[in-house]
Design a protein around this ligand. Structure first.
Ligand SMILES: CC[C@@H](NC(=O)c1cc2[nH]nc(NC(=O)c3ccc(N4CCN(C)CC4)cc3)c2s1)c1ccccc1
Length: 281
């Protein structure tokens, strides 16, 4: 039986970020010295937004996911005011910040992250878990530059240089959700296409332009996007095969993993993996 945690088990460090219903702090478990991220969610906020049931479901799902590209949930506890989630610490923070700093990633770097996302999505779909809400706000990087899906379905409203829309972006919604139709795990294939586009260009394909939100919906519903010239033919092919209106026409995850654009950037496995440090040129 897992240990019963309390706040006394941890030394609290600096605030790492804040989001809906709470904040996340660096923390160290006292006996082991193990570093974690402690997410502190305000119970009255959760209840006000009747998000408590969703939180319980998310915790139950997250408890059972074990994948190198999905942020681990080690445990949780609560007191009168807060729910505490003991999470894996991703030491390089939000993918989004790195993307904003570099404007856009090289094809090699973007392809590495998309391959990691596809691996995590393949794993999640096999467990019949869908819609992990894979917008960049929920993606973190660890010290080895491994991407971590860090989402409990909460969107963040941090003031940082995240995308312009204040409340959760519409950019990542697939046509079937914009049109309120039933949806299945293929919505994650659409979001993967949007993510790939954004990592390579620095903008989302259906970015909310000046003339407001409804144009975004219309453009999503029509899958109306253009890919800038600097994007390679292979990357263009992958994006177009994921951003298909008809969910059944979207490239399945296993074909993403052996797509030419993914394979050509893969390091051959027998080469010693040198810690890849990236600098913005
Ligand atoms: C994805 C949002 C979600 N976040 C988590 O669950 C989160 C879980 C989790 N684990 N590790 C994290 N790491 C960081 O947040 C982090 C941020 C900046 C860092 N710096 C590295 C050095 N650099 C020079 C400056 C930046 C390092 C780590 C986060 S966030 C959330 C949702 C609701 C409420 C709070 C948080």
């Amino acid at each position: 039986t897992p240990p019963l945690w309390t706040l006394n088990n941890f030394d609290l460090g600096s605030g790492l970020g804040k989001g809906q219903f709470g904040r996340v702090y660096l923390a160290r478990e006292k006996t082991s010295g193990f570093i974690v991220a402690l997410k502190v969610l305000n119970i009255s906020e959760l209840i006000k937004n009747n998000a408590e049931k969703q939180l319980l479901r998310e915790v139950e799902i997250q408890n059972n996911l074990r994948h190198p590209n999905i942020l681990r949930l080690y445990g949780h506890f609560y007191d009168k005011k807060y729910v505490f989630l003991i999470l894996e610490y991703a030491a390089k923070g939000e993918l989004f910040r790195h993307l904003r700093k570099c404007t856009r990633f090289t094809e090699k770097r973007a392809s590495k992250y998309i391959a990691q996302m596809a691996g995590a999505l393949g794993y999640i779909h096999k467990k019949h878990v869908i819609h992990r809400d894979i917008k960049p706000e929920n993606l973190l990087l660890d010290l080895d530059d491994q991407l971590k899906i860090a989402d409990f379905g909460w969107s963040v409203h941090a003031p940082s240089q995240r995308r312009k829309t204040l409340c959760g972006t519409k950019d990542y919604l697939p046509p079937e959700m914009v049109e309120n139709q039933p949806h299945d795990e293929k919505i994650d294939l659409w979001s993967l296409g949007v993510l790939c586009y954004e990592l390579l260009t620095g903008n989302a394909p259906f970015e909310e332009s000046a003339n407001g939100r409804d144009t975004t919906y219309k453009r999503i519903a029509k899958a109306d996007f253009t890919i800038p010239d600097h994007v390679s033919v292979d990357a263009r092919d992958l994006i177009s095969s994921l951003l298909q209106r008809d969910p059944n026409k979207r490239l399945p995850i296993k074909n993403v993993l052996n797509h030419p654009w993914i394979l050509k950037h893969q390091k051959n496995s027998n080469v010693l993996r040198v810690t890849n440090r990236y600098y913005c040129l």
